[in-house]
Write a protein that binds this ligand. Structure first.
Ligand SMILES: [Zn+2]
Length: 235
């Protein structure tokens, strides 16, 4: 399980440096070199990414797909089959089951978070691989933090309708606006699904505050993407 930062790549301008995103307007040759470098560093040869749609569709991969799946979570138990998601503020969540040797990568923006995609992926791993929630390790990688993520009533209502307890992740700002801690809500989602508190690592890093990361909110449409990649090692 690994996530990339901006550091160590060859892209320039708004994509400087290690842009992993293929559909953001960056030079394809630079993206290929960036991916080659990151994959070499984490010892994978190829990574399968879904076409992310801000939904709650979870796809199990048993082989390399012939076309990208429209989904926001991928799960696999095939050694050597690396799966990934792309981010520039949304919450990257990874899951690892050391007992059944299975992994998941999840892209949780506010819509996916309100749909409880993290908790649903825990349940999908149980259905697909027999994973027990208490055996799982979860990681919540850098995303826009509660410090910088201002939202309106629409987002707050979507979250509190999903679970009234999520209200604790909102801090009032100007009238009708709040600061929202999506990492905290995803952590609560994993806990509700049965993942043990001590097994969840929350990065706490904010992509908007920290210049080591791309941020869609800070930089606008022309910016790069980080990747979260998970893979079961071949033994
Ligand atoms: Zn911040």
């Amino acid at each position: 399980m690994a996530f990339s930062t901006r550091l160590g790549g060859v892209s320039a301008g708004p994509f400087a440096w290690l842009n992993m995103g293929g559909r953001v307007g960056d030079d394809p040759a630079n993206i290929a070199e960036n991916r080659r470098r990151f994959y070499a560093a984490i010892r994978v040869s190829k990574v399968t990414y879904p076409t992310q749609v801000h939904g709650d569709r979870i796809v199990r991969l048993d082989r390399l797909p012939t076309h990208p799946e429209h989904a926001d979570a991928l799960v696999t138990a095939v050694p050597g089959l690396a799966v990934g998601c792309m981010y520039a503020d949304c919450v990257p969540v990874g899951l690892y089951d050391p007992v059944n040797r299975a992994v998941a990568v999840i892209h949780a923006g506010w819509r996916g978070t309100a749909l409880d995609i993290a908790g649903k992926t825990v349940k999908a791993m149980r259905a697909e691989f027999g994973s027990r929630a208490r055996d799982l390790f979860g990681v919540i990688a850098p995303s826009i933090g509660g410090c910088c993520y201002q939202v309106d009533d629409v987002v707050r209502l979507a979250m509190t309708e999903a679970d009234a307890e999520y209200a604790c992740a909102f801090t009032p700002d100007t009238p009708g606006h709040y600061h929202c801690d999506l990492q905290q809500i995803n952590r609560m989602s994993l806990l509700k699904a049965g993942v043990r508190e001590g097994n969840i690592d929350v990065s706490g890093l904010c992509t908007h505050c920290d210049p080591r990361f791309y941020s869609y909110r800070r930089d606008g449409r022309a910016t790069g993407r980080m990747a979260l990649v998970a893979c079961i090692e071949r033994i």
